[in-house]
Design a binder for this molecule. Structure first.
Ligand SMILES: C[S@@+](CC[C@H](N)C(=O)[O-])C[C@H]1O[C@@H](n2cnc3c(N)ncnc32)[C@H](O)[C@@H]1O
Length: 461
């Protein structure tokens, strides 16, 4: 126990030449300033301050997240002054990226201790030099393609699927591929009351170009009602369980995959649909989203056939194992959603979340983003219902990070998770029970990742 204080680097530095230069100059100033100080020692890969909890400054700036120590207690003597000086020097080089925090003043660090401890461990191994793929990447350490705002895809014919979107460049996980406003939205997406005349009225309000774009969209239900046929073929719900649907000029050209590489989501603030890469997509690869609800193969095929007779999907390589996992996912989902268990047997609900995480990762590999975000939010709710703010904040942080990947920082859901990560007690369920009452800052320090997971999921406690 004791009070910690220090500063975090937010966002962390890149490996680009500009950040590297700035970090090197900062390190040189620190070295010069403490040249004659016995408490400050140069190691092969970092500087160690032998006061307090021996905070470190690595020679590779991109590894650095935090400089801090306990500032209370007998071993803390004098450390606060070192933290203050190093922070001031860092501020000169890195400005608002340097975020000071002090638990004594109820100001908390941005990063969690697990990532900070991982960063400390990385100081020991000098990183390998990565060959930059462009001058911009060399200088700034960022992806130049996204900075140029070029479309990341082209519309092309795709074998047996009609048109589709194909990546023009390598697209990184979490990159926004596209964001688009609908031509219009329709109520009662799945009901008979979606009439031809109401769609015709909406169409009239569009420009000629938009009308042409709408009419060029694929129609699986040709016949007497061409407009509603196009809407039924193409509309995407505005939100996961919404009955309101949107029709889009480009997003409606994205084909289905049972293991998609992209995720679509409705941003209710911006009133647009966004598409994000949920894993790395190589140039030339088709961009796909999922039209299904994660059912086992036969049910999935039946649902998709209703959508389009031509929409034929291949069975997974190990059909039996995949079907078993999808059934397990549904059962675990149902068990986690049972409020009586959350109140009376939260250990079981949390253990179910942990099992679900493993099954989702096995079934969807690294493409389970949105499902994982929801699962972490479930784990958050279980923890906060019983007053455990420390774990709740850690789960909200994971939900936040998963949402950033599949929906982006500006999604209201992502922002909601960020708010709960910072102030978990704001959740309406907080205070329902005191069974696991734990303050937000009471996250054990110095745990390796295995130990942290054990703590987080309350395994073996
Ligand atoms: C929203 S549209 C996608 C764009 C469409 N391919 C086009 O040419 O306009 C949906 C339709 O595309 C086709 N489609 C989508 N995914 C497919 C897949 N995996 N296999 C075969 N056809 C697919 C089906 O006809 C489906 O009803």
């Amino acid at each position: 126990m004791g009070i910690d204080a220090g500063f975090d680097m937010v966002p962390r530095l890149s490996k680009g030449a500009v950040d590297r230069q700035n970090w090197q100059s900062f390190i040189e100033v620190i070295k010069g300033h403490y040249e004659k100080d016995d408490q400050v020692e140069l190691k092969p890969n970092y500087i160690v301050f032998k006061v307090g909890e021996h905070p470190l400054l690595p020679f590779e700036g991109h590894k650095f997240l935090r400089f801090s120590s306990k500032i209370s207690g007998s071993h803390a003597n004098g450390v606060e002054e070192y933290i203050d000086t190093v922070r001031r020097v860092a501020k000169v080089s890195f400005g608002s990226r340097v975020r000071a925090w002090n638990e004594g003043a109820d100001i908390w660090g941005i990063y969690n201790w697990q990532e900070v401890n991982d960063s400390f461990r990385s100081y020991e191994q000098p990183g390998e030099f990565e060959i930059p793929t462009s001058i911009a990447q060399y200088v700034f350490g960022t992806d130049p393609i996204s900075d140029l705002n070029l479309p990341l895809f082209s519309v092309q014919p795709v074998t047996d699927k009609g048109k589709g979107l194909v990546a023009r460049f390598n697209i990184g996980k979490g990159e926004r591929i596209l964001s688009e406003k609908p031509f219009f939205t329709t109520q009662n997406l799945f009901s008979e009351s979606m009439t031809e005349s109401s769609i015709a009225t909406k169409l009239k309000a569009l420009s000629k170009t938009e009308q042409r774009q709408f009419l060029s969209l694929h129609n699986n239900f040709p016949g007497k009602h061409p407009f509603s046929g196009i809407v039924r073929t193409n509309a995407l719900p505005c939100g996961s369980d919404s009955v309101i649907g949107g029709v889009y000029p480009t997003i409606c050209l994205i084909n289905h995959s049972c293991l998609p590489n992209a995720h679509n989501s409705w941003n209710s603030d911006a009133k647009c649909e966004t598409i994000h890469a949920i894993r790395r997509i190589k140039a030339g690869e088709e961009i796909t989203i999922s039209y299904d609800k994660g059912e086992p193969y036969d049910a999935r095929r039946a649902t998709l056939k209703m959508h389009s007779a031509s929409l034929c999907i291949l069975p997974p390589v190990d059909l039996q194992a995949s079907d078993a996992r999808r059934c397990q996912i549904r059962l675990l989902d149902e068990a986690i959603g049972d409020p009586e268990r959350v109140i009376n047997r939260p250990e079981e609900s949390l253990a179910n979340c942990h099992s679900l995480l493993r099954v989702l990762e096995e079934e969807y590999k690294d493409g389970a983003g949105a499902l994982i975000a929801r699962l972490y939010y479930d784990a958050f709710q279980i923890s906060i219902t019983h007053g455990d703010q420390a774990r709740a904040s850690a789960f909200a942080e994971r939900a936040f990070k998963s949402r950033v990947i599949c929906e982006g920082e500006d999604s209201p859901e992502t922002q909601n998770m960020k708010g709960l990560m910072e102030k978990p007690a704001m959740h309406r369920n907080f205070g329902a029970s005191k069974r696991w009452r734990t303050a937000k800052g009471l996250v054990p320090k110095g745990l390796d990742s295995v130990g942290f997971e054990k703590w987080l999921w309350r395994r073996g406690s």
